[in-house]
Design a binder for this molecule. Structure first.
Ligand SMILES: Nc1ncnc2c1ncn2[C@@H]1O[C@H](COP(=O)(O)OP(=O)(O)O)[C@@H](O)[C@H]1O
Ligand SMILES: O=P(O)(O)OC[C@H]1O[C@](O)(COP(=O)(O)O)[C@@H](O)[C@@H]1O
Ligand SMILES: [Mg+2]
Length: 666
């Protein structure tokens, strides 16, 4: 045991178990999109996703990318079915609805001033010149931010998003957020309302506070806080709170929402009735994808009624599942808070005899929290997320892998996102008040199955399950989120005064931007298991030795004729165990195995195991040639798994043993 606790042979891995989607090679330009089977995404959603990625260029360009689920493969589309989108159409897409689309409103000079004490501008020459002096503090209305900044050289590049074989660079410009020198609302006429909907999220109070403070700087006197989400608009028992600078001054020091939150009960026409009755003409909506769908509906309905109303969203969700932005506020804090739970699980696992710690984190459809928390902790062995299907049983299953960890190292830590492995649980078919699916409890299921497995294998195991779910989102925002919230809140107000409506504010490539709401909620943003983050998970530690293999990975790699894009962890993992990872051709798993195999023999004098004999057959051949050898997929899988799960760690163990034998000093 002493030796085991001094070694760190394993490090966090994503559940690398293949992907249940197929790529239609006749259509494919690049794979950039992946998702869990059973998700609610449809072909239309994927087209929307394609459209979201956009093409904006100087000359008209056709764009088309197709990746679809094996469950939802559309029938009979031809090349012509690709969305035909020109750069102008993309430019149109990212255009934000504006008050002047409906009304002939003349703008006035901005009343925004960096100091709340400065006088409102007037036509008097002294104040006017002072206004001029504000100089570069305003954003020009034609300022744009580039949404995508990478020029991919090849569709096989990690995370590549390409619209043609050459991965031509497509400019995707979006509107830069910030204060404009001209505004479309007179602060004296503004009656603003703020509402917070959905689940809690660290930073809600920070955003409320900044909205109020910024409105105050513009000179707005009438501000209301709608209580308990959209319900506050029409439930008679729920009265709004009058918001002032004094009321919000210290609210960011606590978590939660000053206004309260709720799910469900959004009735667009009732909400718009209330807005109309109360004369509210600026509405700031803090919430996730559901809330934004509601905000968009309110915006549309108010336009139908020809109301001069600015509806501006601020995306809120610890899940980080909103499209097109670097991150949503609260996510950073949630990841940080999750460290404490993971550390506790690690300590429990490390201190127990054959200890196994399981931590369940939030993430209904997206595994960002679990993945980032695992990555940051350096203490997680297996990370399971909704985007990567996995099995529990069998040689490529999680249970076998956990047993292996226990046998080799005496402890294992698993981090699981709540939405992971839902296909392994009985479907609840239920939904919450907002229509979100009620998930099965993968954490307790995992705990039960691990106990059952170890009992059946007659291996003692001490399993501890930690569910810190609400603790990671009920806390106060950390410093980084605090700043994000402040700037988002300010820019929400600037956006409303600039005359936009039906928009949301986000951060893209470190710049603050305005985006039309439908563009950010077409579907939930997901972790792309192939892109850089999972790779980072591997490379950050350089100690991986094992990946959970999955049948679909094999199918995918053979069908596609190259191994580069499947199981990105395998070559890296093997490479990390080999002495010379640089010699490995990127993604060439066969070469990797062969090299490691040779290294193993040369350096440790290990004999070739029977399982590995088959690998000799395929040494030096590419995957298409392998297909012709009749070397069975099952045998390869078995050999690869056995190789990765036994030889590699043992090899490391042996090296440790040679270097440090505790008994030799006795
Ligand atoms: N498609 C929709 N159209 C209008 N309102 C919606 C829609 N989806 C959800 N909402 C409303 O938005 C609010 C928050 O939604 P919810 O899904 O609970 O949280 P979140 O906004 O964090 O995703 C709820 O009051 C819900 O009724
Ligand atoms: O128990 P609640 O309030 O429904 O919250 C649980 C949900 O909150 C979330 O963290 C965030 O969801 P929202 O973004 O919809 O608020 C989900 O991952 C999770 O399923
Ligand atoms: Mg949501």
């Amino acid at each position: 045991m002493a030796l085991m606790t001094t070694t760190t042979l394993y490090s966090p891995i994503l559940s690398v178990s293949g992907r249940n989607f197929e790529i239609n090679k006749s259509k494919i330009k690049s794979s950039f999109f992946s998702f869990a089977p059973g998700s609610s995404r449809s072909w239309a959603h994927l087209l929307a996703a394609d459209r979201l990625r956009g093409c904006i260029n100087r000359r008209p360009r056709r764009c088309g990318v197709a990746v679809f689920s094996s469950n939802e493969k559309p029938g009979g589309e031809s090349q012509d079915d690709f969305p035909d989108l020109t750069e102008d159409e993309f430019a149109e897409r990212f255009k934000c609805p504006h008050i002047t689309d409906l009304f002939n409103v003349q703008p006035m000079r901005s009343t925004f001033c960096t100091k709340s004490s400065c006088p409102l501008p007037s036509e008097s020459s002294s104040v006017s010149s002072r206004w001029e002096d504000l100089g570069k503090m305003f954003v020009h209305e034609d300022d744009r931010v580039l949404l995508k900044t990478i020029k991919y050289a090849n569709p096989t590049s990690s995370g590549a998003e390409c619209f043609d074989e050459n991965c031509s660079f497509i400019h995707q410009w979006v509107i830069r957020a910030g204060p404009r020198s001209k505004i479309y609302f007179d602060p004296a006429d503004v009656k603003a309302a703020v509402v917070t909907c959905g689940g809690l999220c660290p930073g809600l109070n920070d955003v409320i506070r900044q909205i109020v403070l910024t409105l105050d700087v513009y000179g707005v006197k009438k501000m209301l806080g709608i209580t308990y989400g959209y319900r506050g608009f029409f439930e008679e028992s729920l009265q709004p709170i009058v918001l002032t600078r004094d009321v919000v001054q210290n609210i960011h020091l606590a978590g939660g929402s000053l206004l309260g939150v709720s799910r469900g009960g959004a009735k667009t026409s009732d909400i718009v009735d209330t807005l109309q009755e109360k004369g509210i003409n600026m509405l700031f909506v803090l919430g996730g994808n559901g809330t934004h769908a509601g905000a968009h509906a309110i915006h549309e309905e108010s336009r139908r009624r020809r109301m001069k109303l600015a509806v501006v969203g601020v995306p809120k969700t610890i899940d980080n599942d909103i499209l097109l932005m670097d991150k949503t506020f609260g996510f950073d804090t949630a990841v940080e808070e999750a460290q404490r739970a993971i550390n506790a699980a690690y300590i429990e696992a490390n201190s127990a005899y054959n200890g196994i710690g399981i931590v369940k984190l939030m993430g209904r459809q997206s595994g960002f929290i679990a993945m980032h928390a695992s990555l940051a902790s350096g203490q997680v062995d297996v990370c399971l997320i909704p985007e990567v299907p996995f099995t529990l049983d069998g040689t490529s299953g999680v249970l076998q892998h956990v047993q292996h960890l226990i046998e080799e190292r005496g402890k294992a830590v698993i981090c699981v996102a709540e939405g992971a492995g839902q296909d392994l649980l009985p479907a609840s078919n239920g939904t919450d008040a907002s229509g979100n699916p009620i998930l099965g409890d993968i954490g307790t299921h995992l705990q039960r199955e691990i106990k059952r497995h170890f009992k059946a294998a007659n291996v003692p195991a001490d399993v501890k399950f930690i569910d810190p779910t609400y603790m990671i989102r009920a806390c106060r925002a950390n410093a980084s989120d605090g700043i994000l919230c402040a700037v988002l809140g300010q820019n929400a107000v600037h956006g409303a005064f600039a005359g936009f409506s039906g928009i949301t504010v986000g951060i893209a490539n470190n710049h603050y931007v305005y985006l039309p709401i439908p563009e950010v909620i077409a579907h939930a943003r997901n972790v792309d298991p192939d892109s850089h983050r999972p790779r980072l998970t591997t490379e950050a530690t350089r100690e991986h030795c094992i990946s959970l293999l999955h049948e679909n990975s094999w199918k995918f790699s053979l069908d596609d004729g190259y191994a580069a894009s499947w199981l990105p962890n395998v070559p890296d993992n093997v490479g990390n165990c080999a002495s010379s990872p640089d010699r490995l051709a990127p993604g060439n798993v066969l070469e990797a195995f062969s090299l490691l195999h040779l290294w193993n023999r040369e350096n440790l004098g290990m004999s070739v195991s029977e399982d590995l004999l088959g690998l000799e057959l395929i040494k030096g051949r590419d995957s298409e040639q392998i297909q012709g050898t009749g070397f069975s997929k099952e045998l390869y899988m078995q050999a690869a798994h056995s190789f990765a799960s036994t030889s590699c760690p043992r090899m490391m163990m042996n090296r440790e043993l040679q270097e440090q034998d505790p008994y030799s000093s006795l």
